[in-house]
Structures are given as C-alpha cells and as structure tokens.
Write a protein that binds this ligand. Structure first.
Ligand code: ZN
Length: 423
C-alpha cells in the first residue's frame, strides 16, 4: 500500500483533525501539507465534502440545515517537487475507494430551495435524503428499492492552487455576474426564479472558511479573497466528471511553484450533470495518485484547462433507455440553442417515466443523480433547438425498465423527505 500522506479521522470535525487540517478555499498561500516527488505514489484521504455534517441516520433535516459555507473539505495541498507555473501536472489515479474500515455509507440529498437549491429546484423545492450502502464498488439504498449497481467512483473535485493573478480574475468575473443579477434578475436566463438559493455565484466569505495549516493570523485575511470551491474553473476544481475514475490520467495546469495539488468530494457514483447537486453518492474516500510533469506543457500543448485520459475499469453498460430534451422551457418558452434547458427537459422526461414504474419524483431524481447516466449534447446547431439526451443504463434496475413493461410497476415508497421549514 502506498504511504498515506494525508489522513483523516471521520469521527472528528474538520478543524479537530489530529493530523494536517483539510482546507475549503482556493488561495495560493494555503501552505502545502504534503511533499511528493515525481514518480512517487501516495495515498490521500478526504472527508466527505460536508465534513461529516450528514450521517447515515434516517434524518432529512441534516440536508435541509447543512452549512454550505463550509464546503468542500479537501486533502492537500501537495507540493510536487519541481512543478513550476506553466507546467502540466500529470496525475495518474491508480486506485480509489471508500474508507471501508471507518465509514461504509454514502448519501445523496436534495437541497431545500431556501438552502442550496439546484438544477431542478423549481420542481423539487423540499429537502430530501437517501442513504447508500457501499459494498465494494456495488451500491444500493434502503430508500430506493430495486436499484443496485456497480458505481463509477471518482473525486468530484481535484486541481492545483491558483496564482494571485488568476484568483483576482476569478473574483472579478464572478462579482460581475453577481452585480448583473442584482441589477436585473431576468438577465440571467437559467437561474431558478423567485427566492431560490443559491445566488448566481458564491463570493469569498470568511464564514465557514478553513485554511488548512495557514497561520490563524493570516487565515482570515486570505479567506476574505479566497475562492469558494463550488464551481469548476480553469484549474479543474469541482468539475464532477464521473469518468475521472480509477485508471484515468489527468493533466492539470500549474499556476504556482510546487503546484499545490488537492482533491476531495469523493463520489461512489454519479450521473452526468450531477443533477441532484447534493449530490452524487457522497462519501469519505481515498485515492492513490502518482505525479509526473509535462514541463511547459500549457504553452506546448496550447492548453489552459485540464485534459484527461479516462481509465478502463468501468462499469460498462450495454443497454440504455435514452430520453430527449430540446430548448423549450416547461412553460413553452422558446430558448435559443440552450443545452441547459434541453438537458433539464430530458431529465424531467426521465423522472416522469420512472414515476410510472412506482418511484416517487424524489427517488427518480436521486436515481438520475447517482446512476452513471450518460448525458450528451447531441445537437447544438439546429436553430432554435439544442438537443440534449440522457441515457439511463437498464442494468441498474432489478426489473425491465423498457417501454411496454409497466406490469413491473410497484409501490416503491419514498425517500426521507422533510416538509418542515428551515429553522
Ligand atoms: Zn460531491
């Protein structure tokens, strides 16, 4: 087994970890907690993205009340010897998995519209939760009957620290969007309507910030400008790509000396789009990673975003039921080649379809957020309609889910849903 260079205790809070503290903001000055050489394979462990706020208890209020200023808790930063700005950091994911000896469950949530919201929050405004059993790579949930499959394990979040200049650029452009929304909410086409949270972007905040091993005197000032880990950006970050699984190799742009690589937000499985938002099957986990460098690789390959080569482990599904959506809203408004709307419509078609087999809408939502569904931008040229598709693997169900098989309909109960308001 590779040396565990970042270890977590899942029974303790993030700021009470016995070893190096995790961190939850992007800033070039968060000090490296781990040193690694090129060619060395090391193991990194990470808490689940919320830092243990959501347990395996049958209590959906944990999702409703989650403190989102704290996310995501990351392992690292790793100082890779010899990495310099302009390089590509090659990261080979040799292995990854749940922390089976300490934490054998995963969870999926639907955020309350007042705390988190999400892709389909106008359709699912109420917080809900499902708990998953992790048996090796096979997953099942006591809250979603007749679904059992091999998950597609991956870190939702991985990347290198931004430079001071890049951080300033992120803050400037995201604040512009926030200002634009404040001046004219209607100018942001795909933002959920009404009082829905979250905002269109999350500006820096010291609330909930944990800056790893940074000196407490400096940590507050850094947190005031440090980027939240919510969106993916040029460095990678929270890209939630399900195919970044075991055996894959990722090339991350390097912006600071030593790269300061970090990862976290492990998912036992996820569907393309992570449409549940809270999220995939979330869990604490580990990854065994080996580093190499492509010197000056950003300029030589013309790349300033991550690129990756997927692994081969699978799971591999052969048969799918595929749903189509176009860029026309639920209210019949014609949008111009808008893949976001098209994917939402494809997702809603799949949810209505699964309801006919006896699942609740919330159960169907959690199935689509966690099963390795394939989401595609099938067409982006046929004005005015984009076409997006969502392909649902049939093999994850313990019955035939093809059209014409509604004799397989059964009462399949519901998730843990709360209708109590936020406290
Ligand atoms: Zn996640």
């Amino acid at each position: 087994m590779p040396e565990v260079k970042f270890e977590v205790d899942v029974d303790r809070a993030p700021d009470e970890q016995p070893g190096a503290k995790p961190f939850n903001r992007w800033h070039p000055d968060v000090p490296a907690a781990v040193e690694a050489e090129v060619g060395e394979t090391i193991r990194l462990e990470a808490l689940d993205w919320t830092g243990g706020q959501i347990t395996d208890a049958d209590d959906p209020n944990e999702v409703r009340d989650v403190d989102l200023t704290q996310v995501h808790y990351l392992a690292g930063p790793v100082h890779v010897e010899g990495a310099e700005p302009g390089d590509l950091l090659k990261v080979e994911f040799h292995d990854m998995g749940p922390l089976n000896d300490r934490s054998e469950f995963g969870f999926t949530g639907t955020f309350s519209q007042q705390n988190g919201g999400g892709f389909l929050t106008d359709h699912f405004p109420t917080a809900a939760k499902s708990v998953w059993d992790l048996s090796g790579y096979t997953v099942s949930s006591r809250h979603i009957p007749d679904v059992r499959y091999e998950g597609k394990i991956h870190p939702g979040l991985a990347g290198c620290a931004p430079s001071e200049e890049l951080l300033a650029e992120w803050n400037e452009r995201e604040q512009e969007l926030i200002d634009k929304h404040a001046a004219d909410p209607e100018s942001i086409p795909n933002h959920p309507t009404g009082e829905a949270e979250p905002g269109v972007a999350n500006p820096p905040t010291t609330e909930g910030a944990l800056m790893g091993e940074m000196d407490p005197d400096e940590a507050d000032a850094a947190a005031e400008e440090a980027a939240r880990t919510v969106p993916p950006r040029e460095h990678g970050g929270n890209h939630d790509i399900k195919d970044l699984s075991i055996g894959s190799t990722v090339y991350f742009p390097v912006y600071v000396e030593g790269a300061k690589f970090a990862l976290g937000d492990f998912h036992a499985s996820q569907g393309d789009g992570e449409i549940t938002f809270c999220g995939a099957i979330e869990m604490a986990g580990y990854a065994d990673v080996e580093f190499d460098l492509v010197k000056n690789g950003m300029a030589e390959h013309g790349i300033d975003h991550p690129i990756f080569e997927p692994g081969h482990r699978g799971p591999h599904f052969e048969d799918y039921v595929t749903f189509c959506g176009y860029s026309v809203t639920e209210d019949g408004e014609q949008r111009y080649i808008d893949s976001h709307t098209a994917y939402r419509r494809a997702s809603l078609q799949a949810i209505e379809y699964l309801k006919k087999f006896g699942y609740s809408g919330q159960q169907a939502l959690h199935i689509l957020g966690t099963v390795p569904v394939e989401g595609r931008q099938s067409g982006v040229v046929d004005v005015p309609n984009a076409c997006s598709t969502l392909a649902l693997p049939k093999g994850v169900f313990e019955f035939d889910v093809s059209p014409g098989n509604l004799e397989n309909r059964a009462d399949r109960g519901d998730l843990l849903v709360t209708d109590e308001p936020l406290q």
